[in-house]
Design a protein around this ligand. Sequence first.
Ligand code: TXA
Ligand code: MG
Length: 317
Amino acid sequence: MISKDIVQAAHLLENNEVVAIPTETVYGLAGNIYSESAIKKIYEVKGRPSNNPLIVHIGSKDAVSNLATYVPNKAKVLIDKFWPGPLTLVLPKKENISNLISSGKDTVAIRMPNHPETLKLLQLLPFPLAAPSANPFGSISPTSAVHVANYFENKIPMILDGGECKNGIESTIIGFNGEIPILYRLGSISVEAIENEIGSINIHTIEEKSPNAPGMMLKHYSPKTPTVLVPNVIDAVDYYKDKKIGILVFDSKINNPLVVHQEVLSTTSNLEEAASNLYAAMHRLDKLNLQIIITEQFPENNLGRAINDRLKRASQK
Ligand code: TXA
Ligand code: MG
């Protein structure tokens, strides 16, 4: 059921249920971090392997001290600058955080989302919410309540409708080796914006085996339709001319009658706008029974890097 009733969402969460919640990045599948049965339901509904830890969502900056034993100075700088917002920090966890949430790691991922309804919900509740993106493991993340309903309508009691997600791409994840920051997942806050605050950072985003973050697995964020990422879309359309083709491009339409459907992410060449439209465009393309989705490399700067990261994983066989 899609609903805007925050009190009802709180009631369900207090009763160990799983509720989909809106955030500024993507929708999440949320449960009480202190309820073993809620956390188990999250993994079950999502079909997520239990070795992939969950992000804990908090309603105030102060709540970090209930979850983490230590906050490096650079993490404090990032919290001041970017919370509430699309930044997740991986910090040494307190013992009361269950191994189900952290997948047995000694760290916990935390963020304070910037979405008015979800902040209200978190402030109503006496506990934080664990929430992975509200999609089956490996598939395209949801940026609207309807996307979530298409995946999980009959599996969860409620989807809290908070409209379309503004940023449209997941949070940037940063962990620490002692005081040294490491970026684990490119996301809605660009590397440039982070480095502007804390200086240069190590980037460590691709890993196949026992990943620190499942978003790091090479195949991820995938449409059902075969997808290719190519240097030149016009040539690729010609190459795939016998197939039913859809394309996903940055800023300009392709004039070619062979293309059944095209998604232009930002006619003004704005990378933030493109990021915000990315998953909705992928969901639309994936519903058209196309035989191939052709997509192109975006500019490799600012949010273009996160977009390229998602397209690379979406097109992985
Ligand atoms: O924008 C977002 O971050 C969204 C919204 C709902 O907040 N959530 C999201 O969750 O993208 P999920 O589960 O799809 O991705 C969370 C990522 C995973 O790649 C996971 O491995 C990583 O966070 N993560 C969680 N705990 C971690 C930890 N202790 N160490 C390293 N990575 C961790
Ligand atoms: Mg996800």
